[in-house]
Structure formats: structure tokens, C-alpha cells
Design a protein around this ligand. Structure first.
Ligand code: RAM
Length: 352
């Protein structure tokens, strides 16, 4: 990493020294897989900077986060900074704490994190903020006071509604459904589930949500939970999985089972993971946004904060390279767009 020569780093040096000494006794997070310094950028998002941006997904090994990191890496290269990614193996509530502590010791300029729990990482993030590190949540938020900005992939209402609409269409708007979620504490899935439940009650009186189970964004656990749902609920007509890991595991289970074509599976998935199950008729339609754009936007937001271009206040504007200009909305939130539906007619137009 480059030596701390920028004014923002000098400003926080004294505070950092004390905190880093304290943290060094307890931190055992991984060393980031740094890309090293990129050449000064040619991005369209404004001035170049040597910003150090660290991405911290819910867990490693999830193609969704591999894609968001691809976007983050692209943006940081355009800016001329240094990109790194670290993360835990499992999506447990406090599994990210040690990684945040290590990033704080290393005095990166910004941490871009998808939270496994709204509160469990707040202490570590507050330590980072104390020494001037900017904190951007993306994909799955913390409590608002723990970060400077949340980059939201789409409105929670929109994400909930598209999933309810799809399952209603696929089961003829009646019968039993279940939800296969990610980790039980995940901020994003829990927000969407709450809104899906409200939307079902308000607009789909003949659909009954019989159970919600948690696959922890782990492929095997999600596969086993799918089997359990089908055994426990013989009249099940559909499963909604608001996680790319869950929907792919459930589709894989269904595709070789007696339930293929009988029990619908929809929710949020990546086209590359779902392609074979759309092709073989297991899956009719699912939705998502572009995770690469989400990571790209999040990295530009992190740089805008770290370079003091914005503070993250409502009404602040910044340019995110090829995605153009964004305005910070209420609750220090930046919105990427709206969810998009994928089906046999369009899935081959996408590669992520
Ligand atoms: C999984 C993760 C992520 C979520 C997507 C839809 O990859 O749980 O947080 O946004 O699914």
C-alpha cells in the first residue's frame, strides 16, 4: 500500500495511533488481497485519487459478491486508487468484526461492507470511523448511525413486490408458499420478507406463507432446507428465495426431484447460476439488479466521501463514472435502480 501522504490521513494520524495500538492486541482478520496501486485513472467520475478502498462482502465464495467486487475493482482502477477485498467464510453475524479491525489498523480510506447483521459490526465500524475511515454499506445495511452512506440496489418495496408478483403469477395466485432466506439476521432479506408478508396480506388473500427457513447463504444448508420444506409441507406450491445462493440451491434440488414443474421456485438470482434451471424448465422467472453496477457505484461513493467531495448528507451529488450522477436521498441512502426480471426470453442477454 502507498504511504499515507494525503491530508485526510495526516488529519487522523494521532487518533489512529492510539486506536491501532489497542486493536493490535485483538485483531486477527485476514490480510486483504490487494490489487496494488493502479495507474492514474481515466474515469469519467472526476479527479483521480490514491484512495484505498476495501470491500467486505457477507462472505467469500458467493458469485453475487464476486461480481459486485468486479465492479468495485473497476471503479477504483478508474479512480487511480487501490482496491482490496477481504471477508469471512461464513455469513455469521459478527464474522466481519475481525476483518474491520484489521482494515482499521491498516488505515484504509474507506470500507465498503454488506452487513450480516444490523448491529453486530457497529462497534468495529465506529472504531474505523473514529480515525476518519469512511464507511459505506451496500446491499445489506447496518443501523444507519454505524455508516456514512448506504448504497441500496433497489427500493425494498420494489424488491418485495417483484417477488410476490412473480410467485403469484407462477402458482395461479393461490396455495401454500414458503420462503428460503439467507442468514436469519441479514438486514436486507429481513426487510424484504417483512414487506413481502405485508404485500401478500394486502393483495393475495388466497396465498398462505407457511414457513420461513434460513440457508445462511451456504449452498449445502440451503439445499437441505429446501428438502425439509418439501417434506414438511406436502401441499407446497411455491418457494420464494430472496438470496442468490438460496434460489440456486433450491432450483438444483427441484430440478432432479419429483417436484420439478410442480413446485415453483422464484426470488432473486444471478442469470449465470440460474441459466440451466430456466433451460430445463425448473424455473420460469426470477429477478435481480446488476451486482457489478452496485459494486461500481459503491466504490465511487466511497471515493466521494474519502476525498471530501461529499459528506453523505441528503442532497449531496457525485458522479459515478459510466453510471453518471447520483444524489444522496433520505437516510443517507443512494439508490442504484429497480429490480429486473429474467426469464427464457432474455436470460442469454446477461453474463453475470
Ligand atoms: C445473496 C446475498 C445478498 C443478496 C442477494 C440477493 O447473494 O444474500 O446479500 O442481496 O443474495
Amino acid at each position: 500500500m502507498t504511504p499515507p501522504t494525503q491530508p485526510r490521513r495526516l488529519r487522523r494520524l494521532a487518533a489512529a495511533t492510539a486506536l491501532v495500538l489497542a486493536l493490535s492486541a485483538c485483531a486477527n482478520g485476514g490480510t486483504p488481497a490487494s490489487d496494488g496501486d493502479a495507474s492514474p485513472g481515466t474515469g469519467t467520475g472526476g479527479a483521480t485519487s490514491d484512495v484505498q478502498v476495501a470491500f467486505l462482502p457477507k462472505n467469500l465464495g458467493n458469485p453475487y459478491f464476486d461480481t459486485s467486487s468486479t465492479g468495485g475493482r473497476e471503479a477504483v482502477a478508474e479512480i487511480g486508487g487501490t482496491f482490496s477485498e477481504v471477508g469471512p467464510a461464513t455469513a455469521a453475524p459478527d464474522a466481519q468484526v475481525s476483518y474491520i479491525n484489521t482494515l482499521t489498523q491498516q488505515q484504509v480510506d474507506a470500507i465498503v461492507v454488506s452487513a450480516n447483521d444490523p448491529a453486530a459490526i457497529c462497534g468495529a465500524l465506529n472504531d474505523a470511523k473514529t480515525i476518519g475511515i469512511k464507511v459505506v454499506t451496500f446491499d445489506s445495511d447496518t443501523n444507519p448511525e454505524c455508516r456514512d452512506l448506504f448504497v441500496n440496489q433497489a427500493t425494498a418495496e420494489g424488491i418485495a413486490k417483484v417477488q410476490v408478483d412473480m410467485i403469484a403469477e407462477q402458482i395461479g395466485d393461490e396455495g401454500e408458499i414458503a420462503i428460503l432466506s439467507a442468514a436469519a439476521n441479514a438486514t436486507n432479506q429481513n426487510t424484504w420478507i417483512e414487506m413481502m408478508t405485508e404485500e401478500l396480506a394486502a393483495s393475495h388473500p388466497n396465498i398462505t406463507l407457511v414457513e420461513t427457513v434460513y440457508g445462511n447463504d451456504d449452498d449445502q444448508t440451503s439445499f437441505d432446507r429446501t428438502a425439509g420444506l418439501l417434506q414438511s409441507h406436502p401441499n407446497l406450491k411455491g418457494i420464494v428465495s430472496p438470496t442468490t445462493v438460496g434460489i440456486a440451491a433450491a432450483a438444483r434440488y427441484l430440478s432432479t426431484s419429483q417436484y420439478k414443474g410442480q413446485v415453483a421456485i422464484t426470488g432473486l438470482g444471478t442469470p449465470n447460476q440460474m441459466r440451466e434451471y430456466v433451460a430445463d424448465g425448473t424455473v420460469t422467472e426470477f429477478a435481480l439488479w446488476n451486482p457489478e453496477d452496485l459494486g461500481y457505484l459503491s466504490a465511487y461513493a466511497a471515493n466521494a466521501l474519502a476525498s471530501d467531495e461529499i459528506t453523505g448528507a441528503e442532497g449531496d451529488t457525485f458522479t459515478a463514472g459510466r453510471l453518471g450522477e447520483f444524489t444522496v436521498e433520505a437516510d443517507n441512502t443512494v439508490l442504484l435502480g429497480e429490480p429486473y426480471r429474467f426469464n427464457a426470453d432474455n436470460i442469454d442477454d446477461f453474463d453475470f
